[in-house]
Design a protein around this ligand. Structure first.
Ligand SMILES: [Cu+2]
Length: 503
């Protein structure tokens, strides 16, 4: 605890020195957004890997109109903002070609995919401007929602913020057999939730103050699939929402207001065994969840998000009087055919047992680095391993060690179950692991609830221990290692990331 107070003092000093701008830095009470849902939800195009032999995605600059008649400078895949949803099938290899036309190097990571390090798209897999990167994804995993986005050292936050992100919908024999709503964009709806800020209708380009680096960039306007103030027409029946928190750092509490029940059916890497009834659902950056809501009574329903602040110890803004914003208003249109229902059983997860673990690893997401910030500060702009930039200065780390592309933090044996005990300093951090899905045993010191007993690849860790069991089934070499990191992009960019091999 004393250490936390010390860290907070240091932050205050840095803040004072930098004249940190607090406007968007997590003071949630300043954020209000009570406008009517007035824009039809944009639904990303769907590319089906079974009907398309070549899937090509071009990373390009765009002029996206969040507000009619006002173009913002954005980036997208095959369009102005975000990218198509790609439907992948378990047991079906799919080739995708990414062509980089954004004018600078980047990478495309497959977040949630169980693939070898070589095609994971981490910081080493650089696609130079004007070049293409072709990968064949050997899809061997359960149905779920994964997503693709840049993972380039020093520019991940910029590139995702500009709009470079898209979804993979993975289907398997189980998902195809279940009688779920599955008409894309009609009753099976992707919702990529992000926060942005605007000046006269134009999106503010990515820029962060020291305060926003510390707390993560939290902006005041919610956008869903690139749509501000969204509504969507849905059938009078069950509706399935595939929620993706694609924000840089914002945590949300989703709900339908007035304790209206809904059902969580899936986490990142697959279905839960059975639907879990909830009235609220918290989601951190990088997390995906599928929920279902019954609209058969015919009334319109609005999905709301309460904007959570950075510091939960500031109880007033973490749990009370939170600003509530519209995510999407679901407008029932009885002329749209309804289909699918809520199955009683969804999955039969093979749970790991902690007695299987061959190795225990302790991981701390550190808000301070190896005792020597002066040295770390000199790292800005320094040319790192492989001739690629090492990114920003190192303020944060994993176990006190800031991200270093020339350093392998952990070496892991392929095919063995491991127990990872993870904590995060000062605030909740969404911890993401590449290359595999994992299972949570304890979540911030508490036994995991049924709603979180599914396949995960991102979990919020904090001051009490979170224990997970994980097994990596694919190889990641020193040349193309996997990453683990905080998925608040500002923390990741400033050092809260590490690399590991699987062999
Ligand atoms: Cu973090």
């Amino acid at each position: 605890m004393q250490r936390n107070i010390f860290v907070l003092m240091i932050f205050s000093i840095i803040l004072a020195a930098c004249g940190g701008d607090n406007d968007q830095g997590g003071n949630a009470s300043q954020v209000e957004q009570n406008r009517p849902a007035q824009n039809r939800l944009q639904v990303p195009a769907l590319l089906d890997s079974r009907t398309m032999s070549d899937i090509e995605l071009v990373l390009q600059k765009g002029d996206h109109e969040f507000y009619p008649g006002v173009a913002s400078e954005t980036m997208g895949f095959n369009g102005d903002y975000l990218g198509p949803t790609i439907r992948l099938y378990d047991d079906t290899d799919t080739t995708i070609t990414f062509t980089n036309n954004i004018g600078e190097p980047t990478t495309v990571h497959g977040h949630g995919l169980h693939v070898p390090g070589e095609i994971d798209g981490g910081p080493q897999a650089v696609i130079q401007d004007g070049e293409s990167w072709q990968i064949t994804i050997p899809v061997r995993q359960e149905a779920g929602v994964s997503w693709y986005h840049p993972h380039y050292m020093g520019k991940t936050a910029h590139h995702v913020h500009a709009g470079l992100a898209g979804l993979y919908f993975i289907e398997d024999a189980n998902s195809q057999a279940l009688d779920l709503p599955k008409t894309y964009g009609v009753n099976d709806i992707p919702l990529v939730v992000q926060d942005r800020s605007f000046t006269d209708g134009k999106m503010n380009e990515y820029a962060v103050t020291m305060d926003q680096i510390m707390n993560g960039l939290r902006e005041d306007t919610l956008i869903v699939n690139g749509t501000v103030d969204a509504y969507h027409e849905v059938p009078q029946g069950w509706v399935r929402l595939r929620l993706v928190n694609g924000s840089n750092a914002r945590f949300y509490r989703f709900h339908f207001g007035d304790d209206v029940p809904f059902f969580k059916i899936a986490t990142e890497g697959g279905f839960l065994n059975r639907p879990v009834e909830l009235t609220t659902l918290d989601m951190a950056p990088g997390e995906r969840n599928e929920i279902m809501i019954d609209l058969s009574a015919g009334a319109n329903m609005t999905l709301w998000a309460d904007l959570l602040s950075a510091d939960p110890e500031d109880g007033a803004s973490w749990n009370q009087n939170l600003p509530r914003v519209n995510v999407v208003e679901l407008r029932v249109n009885e002329t749209i055919p309804a289909s699918g229902t809520l199955p009683e059983n969804l999955n039969d997860i093979a749970y790991f047992d902690r007695s299987e673990a061959t190795q225990t690893r302790n991981i701390v997401l550190s808000m301070e680095v190896n005792g020597n910030n002066d040295q770390a500060l000199d790292h800005e702009g320094h040319e790192g391993h492989g001739g690629e930039t090492a990114g920003h200065m190192s303020l944060f780390g994993i176990n006190g060690q800031p991200m270093d592309m020339g350093l392998i933090n952990d070496r892991i044996n392929k095919g063995e179950v491991e127990l990872w005990q993870i904590t995060g300093e000062r605030m909740p951090h969404p911890f993401h692991i590449h290359g595999a899905s994992f299972q949570i045993i304890t979540l911030n010191g508490e036994p995991v609830s049924e709603a979180d007993r599914g396949w995960k690849d991102t979990v919020v860790v904090w001051d009490e221990v979170t224990e997970i069991l994980v097994r990596f089934d694919y190889e990641a070499t020193e040349e193309f290692p996997y990453m683990y990191h905080c998925h608040m992009f500002e923390h990741e960019e400033y050092g809260m990331m590490g690399q590991f091999t699987v062999e």
